[in-house]
Design a protein around this ligand. Structure first.
Ligand SMILES: Cc1cc2nc3c(=O)[nH]c(=O)nc-3n(C[C@H](O)[C@H](O)[C@H](O)COP(=O)(O)O)c2cc1C
Length: 328
């Protein structure tokens, strides 16, 4: 399949693996790129630019295909040394960066001077247009269904994607709730040039996370995610667990007066506990509603091949068949 996204990034299939904290290590990024998609290393999971440089080198040892790095611009007072992370990306020969969180505007000159293509992940049409205006090459449009931070507009992809298609000139991928061939074909029909998956890629053989996480995703239904931190305007969709129940209880008690310090125990340092140790009750970790569509743990290649085969079938048999069946 050829789309504006496969052409932009030099990949075979229009499928991107979004950056994921403590999941997007070299093993997963390389597996996705080797299977013809675009794998992405999560920059800030590497606690220093030097460690990111090593992770990029490890990924390069595992694939000769294009891969990217995610840079998430966090709303913190002590910002990570982003220019040094960008230097590590440039020197590692990576030419694709997925930005997320705040606008990458301030760093666009650095990224562009390094010949890097930027795909910015955002949750609204207005932020997508801003990304286009500041020179991003593409956007990843993240609907309300998504795992992680869906923003504060609560706009599902059924509306968000066609609205993005109406307004944007640069290509975009659909993100949030994408799991299979049906997602891909629907995303293309709504105007996207591909799809970005997060949660689905965690339940793969190569995802370097504890088996308990993969089992939890297979067991979860579409009803098992919760939204947390709304009162802080930092809404996150997470998988329900004991720590999240406690967090929600604190949120109910504190109401609009909630401070991040009130929920420190349920949000800080949770990722290594969940992803590395398999402690599934540790607290808030991002997970999409798409968990309800995850029923197996295939290899990344099996997953991507299945999506592309079935997408072909959906388009040429199911959809074309409906047209052929129309009375003249
Ligand atoms: C466990 C997990 C961690 C994530 N961490 C990040 C992150 O550090 N930076 C980022 O930009 N997006 C992050 N995301 C969001 C994904 O890149 C992607 O946009 C999202 O998962 C898409 O929705 P889906 O889960 O329904 O596929 C994370 C998602 C998950 C599930």
């Amino acid at each position: 399949m050829k789309t504006a996204i496969t052409e932009l990034f030099g990949i075979e299939h229009p499928i991107i693996q979004g950056g994921m904290h403590y999941v997007g290590f070299a093993e997963l990024a390389a597996a996705v790129s080797n299977a013809g998609g675009l794998g992405i290393i999560t920059g800030l999971t590497q606690s220093t630019p030097e460690l990111l440089a090593k992770e990029i080198a490890r990924c390069r040892d595992m694939t000769d295909k294009p891969f990217g790095v995610n840079l998430t611009f966090l709303p913190t007072f002590t910002a990570p040394p982003y220019p040094e992370y960008i230097a590590a990306i440039r020197e590692g020969g990576v030419r694709i960066v997925e930005t997320a969180g705040r606008s990458p505007e301030q760093f666009m000159p650095l990224l562009k001077a390094a010949g890097i293509k930027v795909i910015h992940k955002c949750t609204s049409v207005r932020h997508s247009l801003k990304a286009e205006q500041i020179g991003c090459d593409a956007v990843s449009v993240d609907g309300f269904e998504c795992g992680g931070h869906p923003g504060e507009d609560d706009m599902p992809n059924m509306i968000l994607l066609p609205r993005a298609a109406e307004e944007l000139k640069i290509p975009f991928v659909a993100s949030g709730g994408m799991a299979d061939a049906r997602s891909l074909v629907a995303a293309l029909a709504l105007g996207a040039a591909g799809m970005n998956m997060g949660t689905r890629f965690i339940a793969t053989k190569e995802a370097p996370v504890h088996d308990n996480v993969k089992k939890a995703l297979v067991a979860a239904s579409e009803l098992d995610t919760r939204l947390v931190m709304r009162a802080l305007r930092n809404t996150e969709r997470v998988l329900k667990n004991k720590g999240v129940d406690e967090l929600l209880e604190i949120e109910r008690e504190k109401g609009a007066s909630l401070k991040i310090a009130d929920i420190h125990e349920q949000v800080a340092g949770v990722y290594p506990k969940v992803m590395l140790e398999g402690d599934m009750d540790a607290g808030a970790w991002s997970c999409g509603m798409v968990a309800g569509l995850i029923r197996d743990v295939p290899t990344v290649k099996q997953l991507i091949d299945r999506i592309m085969d079935q997408a072909h079938g959906l388009i040429t048999a199911r959809l074309a068949g409906m047209l052929a069946a129309q009375p003249a």
